[in-house]
Every structure is written in C-alpha cells, then in structure tokens.
Design a protein around this ligand. Structure first.
Ligand code: GDG
Length: 474
C-alpha cells in the first residue's frame, strides 16, 4: 500500500520522549502509519481565539508526521461543541430530543471541514491513501473531491448510524448523505448500522444498493461494509495480569474488605446509561438483601464535553443519584456505590477490571464499546468475572458469552446483576473462553488491516464522478 494519511478530529500526539500514546485505536493506527509511512492530521484541541489559526504545526516521529491545526473560538463553538456534539452525536445515538439545530452551527461544521481540506491539501501526494475518522469529518471527502483529489479515501464511523426516520429529522441530512458518497469505502461498526445506512440511502431515493457491498449515489459508486473495532487483546490481557499486583490495585483490593467488586467505566455521557445502571444496582440490592454489605459498585466516570450543557447537567445528576442511593442503602460500615468523577491511569484501570466479579456495560446506544472488550481481556482465565452487557452496544453483536440486558428495563438489569454475581465457576469459564477466543482473533490490528485492504483493493468502481479526469492534485 502507498503512504497513509489519517485524519481525525483529535490527534494522539507522541510523548516528548518518543513513546507511543496509550489506547488501542491510537496504537493500531500508529502501527499502520509506521508500516506505510504517513501523516496524522487533526485539530490540536486549542483555540486561536479570534485570530486566523497559524499554519499546520508539524511534528516528525520516524516516518510519521503529526500535523495539527488550531481552530478559532467560533469554529470550536460551532463545529465541535455545536454541530458535531449537539446535533450529530445525539442523532446518531437516537436522541432526537437532545438534538439542537442552529443554522449557524451547521454552517460552521461544513466551514471547518473545508478548512481542514485546505490545510491538508498541500500534504497530499497522488498515490496517498486517506482514512477519515468519525462524525466530525463526514464532509471532508466532498471538499477534497471538489479540489480535484482522486485519491482513495475511506471513512470509518465509530458511533452508531441511525435508522432513516431518526436521521431525516436532521435538517441537513441530505448534505450528510451526499458527503458519504464521496468516499470509496464507508465503514460502520456493525451490520445493524450498515443496514440502517442502506435504509437511509435506498428508502429516500438518495441511491441504490447494487450488490456485493456496493452502493451508488450522487453519480458515484462506493463500497459500504462493517468492521467491528477491537482492542489489543493479548497485550491488554498481559497488562492486566501484571497490573493486578500493582500497589494501587492491591490497596483497592484491601479497601474492598472481601466484598465482591462490580465495576462500571464510562466517559460521562448520556448515551452510556449510567443513571439507569445505578437504578438497576439499587433494584438488585433491594430485591436481594443478602447482598447488602457484600458488594461494592465502583463507577469510574471521567468528565467529558463539559462545555455542552447536557453534559454539565448530567455530571450533577449522576453525583446526586449516587449520593441518594448511598444514603438510602448504606450502613456505617458499607458504602454501596463508590463514584469517581475523573480519569484514572490505564494500568490501574486494567487491574481493577481483573479484580471485578462483574463488569456493567449498559449503554442505551453505543457504536461498539471498548470497555466491554477490555473487561473480558483483563479477566483471570482461572476465575473470570461476568460481563453484563447492553443489547444496544455494538459489542453485543459478538460478545455472546455476556449476559445481555435491555438497559431501559431496570428490574431486568438488576436481575442480571444478581445472576452474574452468583454464577458458578464452570459457567463463568465457559462464557469467558468463547468471548476471549473471539477477541484474540478479532483484535484492533485485524480491524485496521481489513479496512485498509478493502479500501485499496481494486474493485471496479464505475460512475461519471469516479472516472472524472483529475486536476489540481498537489
Ligand atoms: C467511541 C464510541 C467506540 C474510560 N475511562 C477511563 C479510560 N477510559 C477508556 C476506556 C476505553 C475508552 O476510554 C472508551 O472507549 P469506548 O469504546 O467505551 O467509548 P467512547 O469513548 O464513547 O468511544 C464507541 C469507540 O469510539 C471506538 O470506536 O467503541 O462506541 O462511542 O478504552 O478504557 N481510560 C483511562 N482512565 C479512565 O478513567 N486510562
């Protein structure tokens, strides 16, 4: 394959000492970039205020160039906090009630995508393969095509794709659908997302599904498929094994005083179902009083997107709810819920997953959910914990050994917690083994390789726009 250019909203910059950043996705893309040489471009996370951002800031590490740009305050407001996180994020998570459409924010989203294309253009060589990530950057390929670029461009959506009736409530759905047709390959997390996309395209007459995973729309032919993202399974398992003996994790174990640990780990986000989960835990204790004082539920919830009002409200709500349940159920020597509202180090996290008897991953809607996969990978093969998993997480399509729940059904989820905490060793091992075998094969490297192989493979793509003569390539 030729040189690779990855474009994502944020770029995991290498540490000053040259070590790779933590996190499976970053590691996998980094590895692909190292193999082929290339560029990783995105927003620096900084605002240039009212001034025009200075030229791309370039950092070279081996054969990878990290290229980041600042954005003006208005751009950050309209593109990132505005359209991406207050329209696309809720829409893609089926939350029409939370989507707020403001025309100027929609315009800001398209404007920033054009700006990204303009900044990226001088770095693109004719044979480069481009891989665009996530909902922030859907119109990027259309902007690049307009500038004349004929390169292979792929897009991967990390979050769910909604059904037509949900998507079409968004005023600019046509531009979004048209934006996707400018890619050569559009990748989703699951078969359900792909099916929803097909529905959006075909039902409303935007295009056709012509078989073999090919779609036509807007005079172009492109591929669509699903690629369930994985983790670095083997490495994470080893990491958790070592972490279980670290000082921090030993301290945590002591503080548990022989109680069984139930763990939840989520960015603070309404899609993660944290409030419903706390209700389910309360229901579990109320219906199974024998477990009073015998379990501890640890919920680790780093803050995210605090600038968006819904997130700020939620932060207060979850803290109050955990406090209320502790007040109602707790005893002088027992705190039922330990709630941590900040990020903890990855090694401690891995060790805590391994310590836990039950992992609660109960989003209301989630593209994949890597926490579910990390929890499984971190378990002790001789004494694994049980995963309670929402049927609405992409991960549920593959993790068949979990106890699948409907997170809206508080009592049902409470019952699943009871079943998980009392499950016998033999059943736990059997369920875990099947999931672990799957995760070892379908890891993040495989996800990355499969997407890139499909993107560069030469299937005949026909259509007037695909074959238009190239101009203005730099
Ligand atoms: C999007 C999609 C899709 C969490 N708390 C801490 C911490 N984490 C790490 C977890 C995990 C990651 O953050 C979260 O990944 P998820 O997949 O669960 O969720 P999103 O952030 O919403 O990701 C999702 C994903 O993209 C990839 O395609 O699966 O559906 O929404 O790795 O471990 N890490 C540390 N401290 C914490 O406190 N160190």
């Amino acid at each position: 394959m030729s040189r690779l250019i990855v474009i994502s909203n944020r770029v995991p910059m290498p540490e000053k000492n040259g070590t790779a950043p933590a996190g499976g996705l970053a590691v996998a893309l980094q590895a692909a970039l190292e193999e082929h040489g290339g560029v990783w471009m995105g927003w620096s996370g900084k605002s240039s205020g009212t001034r025009e951002p200075s030229p791309l800031h370039l950092t070279e590490r081996g054969n990878i160039t990290y290229a980041v740009t600042d954005l003006t305050k208005t751009d950050v407001e309209e593109y990132y906090h505005g359209f991406a996180n207050r329209v696309l994020w809720p829409i893609c998570h089926y939350r029409l009630d939370l989507a707020e459409y403001a025309r100027k924010e929609m315009a800001g989203y398209f404007r920033v995508n054009r700006f990204f294309a303009q900044r990226l253009a001088p770095l693109i060589k004719p044979d480069d393969v481009l891989w665009v990530h996530d909902y922030h950057l859907i119109p990027l390929a259309a902007e690049l095509r307009q500038m004349g670029f004929k390169n292979k461009i792929g897009f991967f959506l990390h979050i769910p794709w909604p059904p037509a009736d949900v998507l079409f409530a968004m005023p600019v759905h046509e531009e979004i659908m048209r934006g996707l047709s400018h890619y050569d390959l559009v990748g989703f997390q699951t078969d359900h997302d792909l099916e929803n996309f097909r529905g959006c395209l075909v039902r409303e007459g935007f295009g056709n599904a012509i078989g073999d995973g090919l779609f036509t729309s807007n005079g172009r032919t492109f591929k669509g498929d699903f690629y369930s993202i994985g983790i670095e399974t083997a490495a994470f398992a080893e990491y958790a094994r070592k972490a279980a003996n670290s000082v921090m994790v030993r301290k945590a174990r002591q503080s548990m005083e022989n109680r069984d640990l139930i763990i939840g780990v989520d960015r603070l986000d309404y899609s993660k179902g944290i409030t419903q989960r706390i209700d389910a835990y309360e229901s579990f204790i109320n219906r199974n009083p024998a477990y009073q004082g015998k379990v501890t539920y640890l919920q680790i919830t780093p803050k995210s997107r605090s600038e968006v009002p819904e997130y700020e409200q939620m932060q207060r709500m979850v803290a109050e709810q955990a406090g209320r349940v502790n007040g109602a159920l707790g005893a002088v020597d027992w705190v039922p819920i330990r709630y941590i509202n900040r990020s903890i180090g990855r090694p401690v996290l891995a060790g805590l997953y391994r310590l836990a008897k039950v992992g609660l991953v109960t989003p209301l809607r989630d593209g994949m959910n890597l926490v579910a996969k990390e929890f499984v990978a971190a378990q002790d093969p001789k004494d694994p914990g049980v995963l309670v998993l929402s049927r609405f997480a992409g991960a549920a399509r593959a993790l068949k050994g979990s106890l699948l729940v409907n997170p809206y059904d508080v009592e049902g989820t409470g019952n699943a917690i009871a079943r998980a905490i009392s499950m016998g060793l033999e059943e736990r091992i059997e369920r875990w083994r099947g999931m672990m075998d799957h995760l070892l094969v379908h890891d993040v490297k495989r996800w990355c390789d499969e997407f890139l192989d499909d993107l560069v493979s030469d299937q005949p793509l026909e259509g007037p726009e695909n074959s238009r003569a190239s101009h203005a390539q730099t």
